[in-house]
Design a protein around this ligand. Structure first.
Ligand code: TXA
Ligand code: MG
Length: 333
């Protein structure tokens, strides 16, 4: 038995050892919040069957109640006990799980807190590829609700330190599994009457989904600049925002601006980082949030980050989606 009395102080970062996974699971079972690594971004986990624990997620993130959470499971069989995953959805799950794909499906397990889905009769489900994440989920009882582990509206964390910076003592424990391999949140899909629609572009590129299905997959529908949720509920136009403003499709930084490049960096006296010297979209996705965070810090959380154009293909679509949201007018600006 893990002794919770000997747990490290709130907000502590602990390496992802078997011992600390057991500690994290014990904290989750006791209704606590545990941040953990996944291959996409770090998640802020709570027992999906506890209303109280799930409510703590919303409080810690300052998240609007209408924005539902993803339930993380250990495998397809376990996910099928939580939601109804059949037909096309099952084929997609077989092809992409474990991995960066989230499926929205009708609820099945009545024990999953209604707060998780914010009143919807569907649940978003994902089986992460990260083995440490799956070990934690298994030891915690098999259903962990977890949004990205950042304050609402801010950049998703791809490192344990970023979780600590954003959420601090609002988290009971932060499990450190190193930098996230994918670096972008999962792709969210809705399957309705056999038709597949992307609710959020992410780590599973649309081309790969279409190849697996042998059929077209509809793009997210939303009006740019629209503050109301359209695609996935809670997909606000302004999101993933650093303190600095963003200028998109910039060939080079103007004086005083920082630069987020794609390809070799032009000579510049400004703070600059490239998403990928060799223009590799996978590498660019993995670095996106960490580089935005570093450039924001270099500017002191104000000013402008100029971002180079990214091709609108494969993972580039999800990268561009996040950059557009980071650049969108802020509700509190
Ligand atoms: O990669 C990821 O998906 C990460 C890691 C931690 O797994 N999680 C993540 O969660 O990005 P979050 O909460 O930041 O985003 C979840 C998205 C929200 O946009 C939410 O509106 C949508 O999932 N969502 C959740 N339940 C839904 C439902 N029943 N129907 C439609 N959209 C839903
Ligand atoms: Mg998020």
């Amino acid at each position: 038995m893990t002794d919770l009395a000997s747990a490290p102080p709130r907000g502590a970062i602990a390496p992802l050892s078997a011992e600390n996974v057991a500690l994290g699971a014990a904290l989750l079972r006791a209704g606590g919040l545990v941040a953990f690594p996944t291959e996409t971004v770090y998640g802020l986990g709570a027992d999906a069957r506890s209303d109280e624990a799930v409510a703590r997620i919303f409080a810690a993130k300052g998240r609007p109640r209408f924005n539902p959470l993803i339930v993380h499971a250990t495998d397809l069989a376990a996910a099928r006990k939580i939601a109804v995953i059949e037909g096309v959805a099952a084929r997609l799950a077989e092809a992409f799980w474990p991995g960066p794909l989230t499926l929205v499906a009708p609820r099945r397990d009545a024990r999953i807190s209604l707060l998780v889905s914010a009143g919807l009769d569907t649940l978003a489900l994902r089986v992460p590829a990260h083995e440490g994440a799956r070990a934690l989920i298994a030891a915690a009882g098999g259903a962990v609700a977890a949004p990205s582990a950042n304050p609402s509206g801010k950049l998703s964390p791809t490192r344990a330190e970023a979780v600590a910076d954003g959420l601090g003592e609002a988290v009971d424990l932060i499990l450190d599994g190193g930098p996230s391999a994918v670096g972008l949140e999962s792709t969210i899909l809705a399957v309705e009457e056999g038709a597949v629609r992307v609710l959020r572009e992410g780590g599973a590129p649309r081309e790969a989904l279409e190849a697996a299905l042998g059929a077209p997959v509809a793009a997210p529908q939303e009006a740019p600049g629209d503050a109301a949720p359209r695609a996935a509920p809670g997909m606000l136009a302004s999101h993933y925002a650093p303190g600095a403003a963003l200028r998109l499709n910039a060939a080079a930084p103007a004086p005083g601006e920082a630069f987020l490049g794609f390809g070799p960096l032009p000579p510049t006296g400004s703070p600059a980082k490239t998403l990928s010297e060799r223009r590799d979209l996978r590498e660019a996705a993995a670095r996106l949030f960490a580089h935005l965070r570093a450039l924001d810090e270099a500017l002191g959380g104000a000013g402008v980050i100029a971002a180079a154009p990214i091709p609108e293909t494969g993972l580039g679509r999800a990268i561009n989606d996040r950059l557009r949201r980071a650049a969108a007018p802020r509700p509190d600006a």
